[in-house]
Design a protein around this ligand. Structure first.
Ligand code: SAH
Length: 260
């Protein structure tokens, strides 16, 4: 059977504890148990416990962290739920596709399903930490669901996909890969390195960044590189830095010589 413990639900900056409790209940109904709360405004809370009813254990075991980056650092697949499309379009999936990806990858990668604030959803920076955005195709005249209702829809689809997977005897071969995907933490280190090198070679100007880094993030999110590929890229970047350093040293030596 599908390993539900590989999947976590992440709630960012939730303001109403009732929504945290209702989320725990929805998760438990659908077989999920790992809840991560990023800076909840009011937690632990009696209101959350009241709404969780039989799912208080999920609240008791919830992980509370300071940032979304920290919440997803060990995850190889990160999907953010968003009611609105943003200025830089990101790869979008339906709840069914989100569930399919979740259950087919959970054997290899930890998966995070990320949900935003009640009033303003997820901000651009948070959405850019995700590989995909999932949008529930609600009525465009009023497409914003209650937070815990959105969690329920997404978790229900994960459950359906997990049940369907259990009935399948053969799993498509292309859903397996020989290497683990790079996780959130490794990707963040990679982006820091990439930005440093692009700045050093003067391709990137941090004073006038335009949308270079978000576009790089989108590119690598779309490809979802594995650990081996990331090590190759990091190796290339380190090599460039090494050569830049050597060039600098040679220049200094030359200047010293010219002075003599
Ligand atoms: N007013 C906010 C929506 C907040 S609803 C906005 O415009 O962004 C709280 C969270 O529930 C959202 O951040 C999102 O994660 C989830 N959600 C609500 N409706 C959704 C929908 N139609 N599709 C996907 N996620 C949705």
């Amino acid at each position: 059977m599908f390993d539900f413990s590989q999947v976590s639900v992440v709630l960012v900056n939730t303001s109403h504890p009732g929504n945290i409790g209702a989320t725990a209940r929805a998760m438990k109904n659908m077989g999920l148990s790992k809840l991560t709360l990023v800076q909840p405004e009011d937690f632990p809370s009696g209101v959350a416990v009241g709404r969780a009813v039989g799912a208080v254990d999920i609240l008791d075991n919830a992980r509370v962290v300071a940032s979304l980056q920290e919440a997803v650092e060990d995850c190889g697949l990160i999907i953010g739920a968003s009611a609105r499309s943003r200025n830089i379009p990101w790869p979008m999936v339906t709840p069914e596709q989100c569930a399919h990806k979740t259950v087919t990858e959970a054997g290899v990668n930890k998966v995070a399903l990320v949900f935003g604030r009640e009033d303003s959803g997820l901000n651009n920076e948070e959405l850019q930490l995700c590989h995909f955005h999932v949008q529930i195709p609600a009525d465009p005249n009023y497409s914003s669901l209650n937070l815990s209702a959105a969690v329920m829809v997404v978790c229900y689809e994960v459950r359906k996909a997990a049940l369907a997977l259990a009935e399948q005897t053969v799993v498509a071969e292309d859903e397996f890969w020989d290497q683990e995907k790079a996780n959130g933490e490794q990707m963040e280190h990679f982006y820091v390195h990439l930005e440093r090198v692009m700045t050093a070679i003067k391709f990137h100007d941090p004073e006038n960044p335009r949308q270079l880094m978000p576009r790089m993030r989108r590119l690598f999110s779309r490809i979802r590189i594995d650990v081996m590929e990331m090590n190759i890229l990091r190796g290339i970047l380190s090599n460039i830095e090494f050569r830049l350093d050597n060039e600098k040293k040679l220049e200094v030596e030359l200047q010293e010589k010219n002075k003599e």
